[in-house]
Ligand binder design. Sequence first.
Ligand SMILES: [Zn+2]
Length: 186
Amino acid sequence: MDRLWTDFVNSDYHDWRGGDRSEDRLGKKEWQQRFLEQWKMSASIPATPEEESVMRIFRNELQTLATRLSAGESLTDKDQKWLNGKMAEGQVIRRLNSANEGLELSLIPVQGHWQQVMAEVAADFAITVVEGDGGRIRICDNTDCRWIFYDDTRSRTQKYCDDKMCGNLMKVRRFRAKKKVAQQKE
Ligand SMILES: [Zn+2]
């Protein structure tokens, strides 16, 4: 399942087919635009080189942290402090809205800049750990892909970012490897 923070982290795109299409999309105007539209946030596009470099450092740290949690580790005091620092950079106001199923309390970002965006990303990650389960954070089992996602399946056994894509590809690869071994034995 795509979440705000996984979408942000996955801007570090790897060609899941093992080709040469991997690219860091964070600095791309198109990626920035699509990201802000999807998550209904605002910031100036394109981000300045300074903003881009701060975002890249943040993204890489978050990626490392997610990787550690996916391996079964838990959040340390240092991680907590780091997340708190990031979240403090974006203020929110509370607002009560009428929603389809009654009332809804939402937190509205106060500012429209990339620091606020990073604060929202950090908060979404924190929500995943607090309300969800850090142990459900996964990295796609296809080593060419490494897509980070949250496993919300009941069985907690999702191995691939997408069964139709990476799942199938790996099935084909296993099949070919088996065939090769069988041929060598003949
Ligand atoms: Zn994948």
